[in-house]
Design a protein around this ligand. Structure first.
Ligand SMILES: [Ca+2]
Length: 254
């Protein structure tokens, strides 16, 4: 038996959800509704502002950590010579050698004891993990970014590892690669460099060689222009730290 057979509550949340602030959730009541700011925001539900947990000192950061306010939340970062997740930081100094917190290749490498290795997810939506070793003397080595690769490079790399590709694909791929590696495109990391070198190699070697011999004068001109543009892009001085971040063994350099 229905208790309220004559009327049904309209879920205003479905209908009027748009009136709540994007950082609020709509709560349905019988015959009404209200907007409630999400955790980390303050306001009447129609306007919700970020709570600055750092300024208001309502954060759980360790006393040896720095509080960094973010939209809707906050982060904690251990001070130099301390190690941990920011909520709990332990003293790693104790007279030992260590590498200090450092920003390199868009990654914040936390203070690390000599001989230790740090591993993080790759920056800026690149796939894979990056790592960095703190030498026994307490000096950071170059970060190893050789696994950080953008999905765009993976796609192109896979295409040219396939069996034979058509002449048009070679011309198009070469053009795409020159755009992907250009200064105005997304920032390159180690894995992108490795993928680019492999694509360049696969474009002219092995199975594609027979295709290249069928190129007419116009094709050759177009292909060599984009090919040399890619090489120039990769060797741009701004990529010097990126090359250093690529493990030499992967490129086969002794
Ligand atoms: Ca906040």
């Amino acid at each position: 038996m229905q208790l309220f057979p004559l009327f049904q509550d309209a879920n205003e949340c479905c209908i009027e959800k748009r009136s709540c602030h994007p950082n609020a959730e709509c709560m349905n009541l019988i015959g009404s509704f209200y907007c409630r700011c999400r955790h980390g925001y303050i306001g009447d539900g129609f306007n919700c502002a970020d709570v600055d947990e750092c300024k208001l000192k309502i954060n759980l950061c360790d006393r040896n950590a720095r509080c960094i306010n973010t939209n809707g939340s906050y982060n904690c970062q251990c001070d130099n010579a301390y190690s941990g997740d920011g909520f709990s930081c332990s003293d790693i100094l104790n007279g030992s050698k260590f590498c200090i917190l450092e920003e390199e290749q868009d990654v914040t490498w936390e203070a690390t004891l000599a001989g230790g290795i740090r591993t993080y997810s790759c920056p800026s939506k690149h796939m894979g993990n990056c790592s960095r070793k703190c030498s026994n003397d307490g000096i950071w080595e170059h970060p190893d970014m050789s696994n950080c690769v953008s999905p765009k490079f993976v796609l192109l790399d896979n295409q040219f590892q396939q069996q034979l590709v058509a002449k048009e694909d070679i011309l198009h791929g070469s053009d795409v690669l020159s755009n992907l590696t250009s200064r105005n495109s997304t920032k390159l990391y180690g894995g992108d460099i490795i993928a680019s070198v492999r694509i360049l190699k696969n474009l002219v070697f092995s199975r594609n060689r027979s295709r290249l011999s069928n190129f007419n004068e116009h094709d050759i001109e177009k292909f060599s222009a984009s090919y040399s543009k890619t090489v120039n892009n990769l060797l741009d001085t701004q990529n010097l730290p990126v090359w250093k971040s690529v493990k030499q063994r992967i490129l086969g350099i002794p």
